[in-house]
Ligand binder design. Structure first.
Ligand code: BJW
Length: 233
């Protein structure tokens, strides 16, 4: 592991599970409690904005009750100590990578602590609720929505991600089921360009067969072990 100079890491809900944030597709996960079409599509938002705003207001507030775990902290250590190029891409909308110490995180599915104005399209930091239709800090229109990427919408910074996938030597996927595209296709993209592909997950994911290696177990154990490996400790 120590010989790789360009690494892309993709994280999903599994890395935050041990911090107490529900994953989406596990038993008792978010999609068992809510219909995806109702809370994670633009059509659902148009039909019932209060339901959607409340869903994300609750999840934003819940961030105050959780803390990063050793997996987030290990990736922050990697960012500080790795001498090569590292791109950390997360599908997660929580802020646990940042609170764990990572300074450069690409949130491809947006962030709970950000608001998107549907009038002026500005993204603004947002820490409170949206249910009462507060004005956009930039254009003052009461048209804010959660700055998250719903089904049918384009994830953020795809050009930058695909460029990194084309040139990386190692692609590592952590705590994601491989059920949602385009993230689920990153392993094939990286592998087609010659990268070694490693999966760290509690169980085999939908895309496991595309990885050269799958290590199964909790992220709080597997990720610190892998980081030690890369740093050659
Ligand atoms: C642990 C653990 C522990 C637990 N330790 N592990 C084919 C090709 C391309 C697109 C499509 C396609 N077919 C359909 C589409 C469209 C669609 C799609 O993928 N649909 C699927 C249902 C098939 N995709 C889209 O619409 C996307 N946009 C798009 O495609 O635009 C066009 C485009 C095409 C090509 C290039 C570029 C653009 C947008 C998708 C938006 C997803 N949004 C959500 C909601 C975000 C806001 C919110 O949080 O509410 O993002 S859905 C939800 O799923 C969320 C997550 O980021 C995402 C992935 O979930 P994740 O993270 O994998 O969680 P889980 O729960 O599924 O898995 C957790 C894993 O952790 C499990 O494996 C556990 O075992 C493991 N685990 N504990 C280690 N302790």
């Amino acid at each position: 592991m120590a010989e790789f100079k360009r690494i892309v890491i993709l994280t999903g809900a599994g890395i935050s599970a041990e911090s107490g944030i529900d994953t989406f597709r596990s038993a008792g996960g978010l999609w068992e409690q809510h219909r995806v079409e109702d809370v994670a599509t633009p059509e659902g938002f148009a039909r019932n904005p209060n339901l959607v705003l409340n869903f994300y207001d609750m999840r934003r507030a819940a961030l105050g009750n959780v803390a990063p775990n050793p997996a987030h902290e290990a990736l922050a250590r990697l960012e500080r100590e790795f001498s090569g190029e590292l791109l950390l891409v997360t599908q997660n909308v929580d802020d646990l990578h940042e609170r764990g110490g990572s300074a450069r995180v690409l949130h491809m599915h947006g962030e709970l602590k950000s608001a998107l104005c549907t009038s002026c399209e500005t993204r603004s930091p947002w820490l409170t609720t949206m249910i009462e239709r507060p004005p956009c800090p930039v254009c003052r229109a009461p048209t804010l929505r959660p700055d998250v990427v719903w089904f049918g919408e384009m994830p953020y910074q795809m050009g930058r991600i695909y460029h990194a996938l084309e040139t990386c030597e190692l692609f590592v996927s952590i705590g994601t089921s491989g059920a949602v595209y385009p993230a689920a296709g990153f392993v094939q993209e990286a592998r087609a360009n010659g990268a070694q592909c490693l999966e760290l997950n509690l169980e085999r994911s939908e895309g496991s067969r595309f990885f050269h290696e799958s290590r199964l177990g909790p992220a709080s154990v597997l990720v610190p072990e892998w980081v030690e490996d890369v740093l050659g400790c």
